[in-house]
Design a protein around this ligand. Structure first.
Ligand code: ZN
Length: 224
């Protein structure tokens, strides 16, 4: 496998978890998209930081750099987001992974040490290649990467297309965890539309919205 030989460095050292109080990690997968710019503006309005697990097949690529410069954390998600391709073999996985790293480097000036498995680390989509997630999780950890799953599901991946439901799912979900890590997708307009209300609710309830970093509690799923 084409293993990474360099040192993984933090993508956006400025975007660290702040303080010791209540915090929420909003994470947005699969972008950037046509909705990402407005999302960045909403986050700025409430001085909230988030984490973007980004993809390569996007005409809005430059928003990866834009998000980074506005203080958000950038993580690798996948270049192509085709499960059958990336989980076919470790070589195929790393080809996709490092292609995405290069896009991130091109847009932000640095590589990232944050990662999210497409489908999450507990996905069963990769079952056609038994054990690959366990091997990858170990290798990525050994290479200095931090992979993040989530513990709060917004429902925007198929359960709902309603902004009000996304909002309620996130609010209910965050209340149940000490370190909520929320999964949303910034390729979904109805989901992005819920963010302002979520930020207002969070501020009213004493939460700080902060980006993930290597010091964040990891919210790992159990690998299937
Ligand atoms: Zn995804």
């Amino acid at each position: 496998a084409a293993l990474f030989s360099g040192t993984a460095i933090p993508c956006n050292a400025a975007a660290k978890a702040v303080g010791t109080g209540k915090y929420i990690a909003l994470t947005f997968d699969d972008g950037p998209s046509v909705y990402t710019e407005q999302l960045l503006d909403i986050l700025d309005k409430y001085n909230a930081k988030a984490t973007f697990f980004v993809t390569g097949n996007s005409e809005y690529r430059s928003l990866i750099g834009e998000a980074y410069r506005r203080g958000h954390a950038i993580g690798v998600h996948t270049y192509c987001h085709e499960y059958n391709k990336i989980y076919a073999s470790e070589d195929a996985f790393y080809e996709d992974f490092f292609a995405m790293q290069e896009v991130i480097k091109e847009q932000t000036g640095e590589y990232t040490n944050l990662y999210r498995f497409p489908g999450g680390s507990s996905n069963t989509i990769s079952n056609f290649n038994k054990g690959i997630i366990s091997r990858l999780a170990q290798q990525l950890t050994d290479m200095g990467y931090y992979y993040f799953d989530w513990n709060v599901i917004s429902g925007d991946a198929g359960d709902t297309t309603k902004t009000s439901v996304v909002k309620q799912n996130v609010i209910d979900g965050c209340s149940g965890f000490k370190y909520p890590v929320v999964l949303q997708h910034d390729i979904k307009g109805f989901s992005v539309a819920a963010v302002e209300d979520i930020l207002i609710w969070g501020h009213d309830n004493g939460y700080v919205f902060s980006a993930l970093s290597e010091t964040s509690p990891s919210a790992h799923h159990t690998i299937s």
